[in-house]
Design a protein around this ligand. Sequence first.
Ligand code: AMP
Length: 191
Amino acid sequence: MVAAPNPPGPAVRAVVSRVLGAVRMVRRRRRNRRLGLPDMDPYAIFADIVAGRAPSSKVYEDDDVLAFMDIRPMTPGHLLVIPKVPARSLAELDPVIGGKLFQVAQRLAAALRESEVRCDGVNLFLADGVTAGQEVFHVHLHVIPRTPGDGFGLRNRATTPPRADLDYLAASIRGAAGRAQPNAASGPDGK
Ligand code: AMP
């Protein structure tokens, strides 16, 4: 009998993540060229927006948080809520500011429902790391207005693992949560 191959280790996963990131960057550049959009630096564009060096359509601003229209909305009214202080990943984000991002997103979700945007529901979405689909490396919370049949959604089919598997992973995550440093520096692939 042939033994099942071991799953790839963290080093291999990090390399795969970087390769995927590079492929996405090339695709993004091509797409921007095709759409006639300026080629944005995925590490600096949101800092440029905060500093007023790049244009944005703002909907909310305070000392810590800025919210503006997504330039390529998933649905009409799609917003991004960002910290003014740059943080490439969740691990780099001050948890107090993280809490404020959610508060602003909550308020804007309510505003979307009251505005002229068609909005029967709202999804909040955050991509942390290349593998999760992050393309701009300045933490941002997507606020996505939803209407029936708009086509937006998570595509994966849910699985039904046994309770023992859930308990095992819960114990592992509980242990890690006890040790985690929420504000530790990490790269865009979350490593
Ligand atoms: P993510 O894949 O979660 O990193 O999402 C990045 C989001 O930033 C995408 O939805 C882009 O459309 C959006 N985006 C990129 N550049 C800009 C910009 N200059 N102004 C507004 N939204 C932007």
